[in-house]
Design a protein around this ligand. Structure first.
Ligand code: A5P
Length: 228
């Protein structure tokens, strides 16, 4: 199967995990959109659930199926969040934020009892940051100062969008960053998060409970079954 079919297989599998009455976090990106499509079809057949969207695009898509949406603030926790990822390491650590929605995605993922990640096989890596830069959401005010702070701790970054900076839903900027080798990922995450001006980063460590991988041979493989 090609990547699109792999994504669809993972998305369809995860959409079947949603049961009547659940509060469900809805991720962003192309794989998450396929999952919302699948949930939309299930809703049209009678499935009742409430969605919490991680982006305007996802909210618009969910509304097109009349899926009921509520704000994250209205719940102490969600039953399940389903979202894509840019990289998945063998221990289920993730890189996310390729679409620029990492902060809302992390808020919705960490609020859920289960966080199910849906990817095609190309997203499997040996370690996070292997192939894609780590997105870091920073306050736009003084962003160059924040970039210098990151550089001072061995993390080199480029402003996403360059002269026309990409702006997140929270009106922040994204720096795409690479770290010097030899730093453990947990330490790297702490180092980034501790800097003034940083809002959050796209390293999702120890958050995913299950990863559903659409595979070339057809169907899906399930990684991890940790219950959150
Ligand atoms: C959005 O900010 C990202 O975290 C996406 O989840 C990620 O980029 C995966 O996107 P695709 O499903 O489009 O590959």
């Amino acid at each position: 199967m090609d990547a699109i079919r792999q994504k669809r297989a993972a998305a369809d599998y995860a959409a079947e995990l949603v049961q009547d009455g659940m509060i469900v976090g809805l991720g962003s990106g192309s794989t998450a959109a396929m999952m919302v499509d699948a949930l939309g079809r299930r809703h049209q057949q009678g499935l009742q659930f409430v969605g919490v969207a991680t982006s305007r695009e996802t909210a618009d898509l969910a509304r097109s199926y009349d899926i009921r949406l509520m704000r994250l603030d209205e719940f102490s926790h969600l039953d399940l969040t389903i979202d894509g990822a840019d990289e998945v390491a063998p221990n289920l650590d993730l890189t996310k934020g390729g679409g620029g929605q990492l902060l809302r995605e992390k808020l919705v993922a960490t609020a859920a009892r289960r966080f199910v990640v849906i990817v095609d096989q190309s997203k499997l890596v040996r370690y996070v940051g292997e192939r894609v830069p780590i997105p870091v959401e920073v306050v736009s005010f003084g962003w160059t100062t924040t970039a210098h702070r990151l550089s001072a701790v061995g993390i080199e970054c480029h402003l996403r969008g360059g002269e026309t900076p990409f702006t997140t839903s929270n009106h922040n900027y994204i720096l795409d960053c690479r770290a010097a080798g030899g730093v453990a990922v947990a330490e790297l995450a702490d180092r980034i998060k501790s800097l003034t001006g940083v809002v959050d980063h796209g390293l999702f460590l120890g958050i995913a409970t299950t990863v559903v991988v659409g595979v070339e041979a057809g169907g899906v493989e399930i990684l991890g079954q940790k219950q959150g």
